[in-house]
Design a binder for this molecule. Sequence first.
Ligand code: NAD
Length: 691
Amino acid sequence: MREIRYGDTAVALNPSVRMDKSDPIAAIFIDNPPVNASSAAVRAGLLAAIADAGSDTSITAIVILGAGRAFIAGSDIKEFGKSLPPPELPDVLEAIEACPKPVIAAIHGSALGGGYELALSCDWRIATPDAVVGLPEVSLGMIPGAGGTQRLPRLVGIPQSIDLIVSSSRVEGPRALELGMIDALAGPDLLADAKAFASGKGKRLASQLLPPPARPDDIEAAVSAALAKGRGRECVREAIAAIRMVETTPVAEALKLERAAFQRLRTGEEARALRYNFFGERAAAKFESTSKNSIESVGIVGAGTMGTGIATVILAAGFPVTLVERQKDVLDRAVGVIKANLDTLFRLGKLGGSRTEEVLARLIPTETIAELVDADLVIEAVFEDLDVKTTVLKDLGRTLKPGAIIASNTSYLDIEQLATATSRPADFVGLHFFAPAQRMKLLEVVQCRETAPGVVATAFALAKPMGKLPVLARPGEGFIGNRIYARYRAQCEYALEEGLLPQEIDAVAMGLGFAAGPFAVSDISGLDIAWRMRQSKAAGRDPRERYVRLPDLVCELGRLGRKTNGGWYDYDASGKPVPSPVVTNLITQHAPADRSMRPETQALSDRIVGAIVNEAALIVSEGIARSASDIDVVLVNGYGFSRFKGGLLFQAAALPAQRVADIVDAAQVAVGWGFRRGDVEALLRPLRETA
Ligand code: NAD
């Protein structure tokens, strides 16, 4: 990316803003590395610069631009959680509008949120073709709070603004010009072009323009589409209402109302949760290492459910993939599935401009492992069976070139044992994708005892082009996500035994923030996977452990989920789940006769939260996950927990310590024998401090 530098004649007004008045057109440089986030110092510096240049009779016009990589990539998100230090952004924008000289925003890199609002308050905007502009506040649970909802519609129209703001669009230079979000595109010398553009230009305040005419039907259509997309979120409704003030309310008053809504939303629940999420995902995706392998080609062994999904994402990320499957018919079918997956990604615009055929041309389907000899990384996704995996991994250890990375997608097997099977454990790493791999964002990267840090760093780096969110895990049954899920599921199964029905329990889970309840989910993935696992563990199970037989009984009836047209639920002709009389009957037979023994839904909700928080505390103290916020990232990106609630641990951290202790007690009573207690206060403390 092009970097903008200032010369010796630029004078520092404060640590974050410089001004160069060696020319009648003054240049104000925002200089707050790395991305010129709008901080209090930036705002104060801009205010001083505008006042100075505005009153200097030798200056005819002013260009504002960012030093380094960006104009202003956005506001300092950390500031949103606190009271905003003065001067606030609207004060700066008011000064720019009041400045008697024309002010030109010269944009490169990105101008997002407050950065683009600053540009909107300037008289004109010129940008490099690769610059990105937009108002993404809604994605953080807020609305633009410095005139974005009032100035943008006056440039691009009301319907277009509703779409741009509600979908938090980031728009590149040429499209921004087409829409009217900027006035000109610059060549390689942005400052020179901005100065040339300034010649002959006067003041032109966006806030004083009449919006381009729009038909009422078009406005209504944009509103309906935005509300549907926004699923009733408050910030979406507020954004639409603010934009529509352009039709009804004098701008000075509308700006005040917009600011008030912004202030209310930024300290609200959803914005706090989304900020937590933003920082959590950023922290989770970091892994420091001094070395990294270069990956140019990837191999996958096993073309079943996971192998095809993983092949899809790696092809879509731009790598050639050699896919090894021992059954010819399965291999042929897999190629068809991958093609269909790629077609879907193409339709969604996620193939980076390539056509399906071009991407598919990089796939080499084969039945022999020997063809992987040149691969830099090979992921095995064969059956979840220790003998099968050990054989494949031994073979890979012998076949692959020195230094090639060997990865396993195992969910539950002893991963240290798999590492040893390769005979080169330093090159081995767990890459636990989630189903469907082409859609789920989460990727647990499992660092075993001997895995080289450079191998982990390579996996983290690879996650980005695949559109995955990597979270570091250490070996342990179920790693992070499945281990937590097992405790959560167990609580739900105890409730079945106590007489609650699947639909009642699923409703409790959804009330907590899961997109679907555990019984609806197992109907989708099939009840037989967990059934087989329970059978394989039956011999070693301690008789004192609380074991709920009902899931086995449902399987024994041949009800394995959607694929057998019935599991925990029945399915009507349209595929909609409906409560099953068979399951209801089964549960009623096993439930205690005394209905007062049935848990209240609140009690179940508490037990679920208590069980998850407790297990999370154990997982962090054992070093299997790095932090509570990593676990929330796992729950949100792999298990459908609502990002608008931040995460389940984030929610728990809002409860008083005594209440958390009480709900862990409740979970403990339900589990009975074998419960291990974690230090939940130590887990939640960092979240309480940042929340
Ligand atoms: P699957 O049964 O759909 O596919 C496994 C494939 O591997 C089969 O096509 C089989 O023919 C092939 N295979 C077996 N031995 C082979 C060999 N020696 N050489 C080449 N191919 C061979 O299984 P799946 O659901 O895709 O699971 C694969 C792995 O992914 C398992 O370890 C599983 O635990 C893990 N996983 C599965 C899910 C899920 O939801 N399905 C989620 C995460 C991880």
